[in-house]
Design a protein around this ligand. Structure first.
Ligand code: GLN
Length: 309
């Protein structure tokens, strides 16, 4: 057994035994009903070896982790013009915060808070029907993971639509400043659906490989993005990927990562591995509680922090 395999096995066992789980998100019934006792981990190294453990083959809602893929697509479509519509600074605020938008005239702080991700979705939507834009996002995720079986959970998307009053407020606010080009309901429809993509740790770790490997996906031989773009997306994940918990995540884990309120975290160890952990219980910032602890353990034991061993 390789060192990576034994570390992953140890972590899966240690996490299973822990009593502290955090709190599952309760804003939609599909998340409120998820068993907080679950924990999964999958790591794909640079050579393509996979080390996985726990509930690594159980599907969960990727939620805000989808924002990494939409950012990649929007940059591909409009390049650096994207930065006229959204900033690149950490927000220090909760993921669904409204207050900052007023002070900053409708320009969201970064592409990973909800407002920023809605603006990014609007960029992908322009020139398309919502169905086409959503199809493009789903095809991209399937292509990255090299897995055509990945789907959107329609019941979850419907629940998000029914309860998404804050997201609607954010979108309307941006529309008032001309930051959104498309009808608010169209942009939000696409946003709610891409948050409802369901994937396993293993599928998501495959999809994240291009960020760990300078823009290449060696499984398919495809260059997804230029190396410079991969590096910059990673920088944004490090500074903004965990909302107002981003500083703490960098301090404790030391790797770029993007969390979702479904309890998943996609993490990149540049040149080394793409990593996904999932445990549905969240901390106060809406990031997976056990997921963060598992990643802290993994980077420490593997010496993978970007800040040194
Ligand atoms: N669908 C969620 C929302 O828009 C995503 C938030 C998250 O994962 N942090 O509120």
């Amino acid at each position: 057994m390789s060192k990576l395999e034994s570390v992953v096995k140890e972590i899966a066992e240690e996490m299973r035994a822990r009593p502290d789980r955090g709190e599952v998100a309760t804003y939609i019934p599909e998340l409120a009903g998820v068993d907080a006792g679950q924990f999964g981990i999958a790591v794909v190294d640079a050579a393509g070896n996979v080390a996985a453990g726990g509930d690594c083959d159980t599907s969960f809602l990727i939620q805000s982790i989808s924002k990494v893929f939409t950012l990649t697509l929007a940059l591909g479509k409009v390049g650096d013009r994207l930065w006229k519509r959204v900033g690149r600074e950490p927000s220090g605020s909760p993921f669904n915060s409204i207050v900052q938008l007023e002070n900053e005239r409708g320009i969201p702080r970064n592409p990973f808070i909800n407002a920023g991700a809605i603006a990014v979705t609007d960029v992908i939507l322009s020139g398309h029907q919502p169905r086409e834009a959503l199809g493009e996002i789903l095809q991209f995720v399937r292509f990255l993971a090299d897995d055509p079986s990945i789907v959107i959970d329609e019941a979850v998307a419907a629940s998000e639509q029914r309860t998404g009053f804050r997201n609607r407020a954010l979108a309307n606010y941006m529309k008032a400043f001309g930051v959104l080009e498309n009808p608010v309901d169209y942009t939000l429809g696409v946003y709610f659906h891409h948050c409802a993509i369901a994937m396993t740790c293993r599928q998501l770790a495959m999809a994240g490989r291009f960020l760990a490997l300078s823009g290449m996906n060696p499984a398919t031989g495809h260059r997804i993005v230029h190396a410079e773009r991969a590096r910059r997306i990673n920088a944004l994940m490090l500074t903004c990927g965990h909302y107002d918990g981003s500083g703490e995540f960098a301090y404790l884990v030391g790797l770029p990562g993007k969390s979702g309120v479904g309890g998943g975290i996609l993490v990149v160890a540049p040149g080394k591995a793409s990593i996904v952990v999932w445990s549905p219980g969240l901390d106060v910032s809406g990031n997976s509680h056990l997921g963060r602890i598992a990643l802290e353990t993994l980077t420490k034991r593997m010496g993978w922090s970007v800040f040194g061993a």
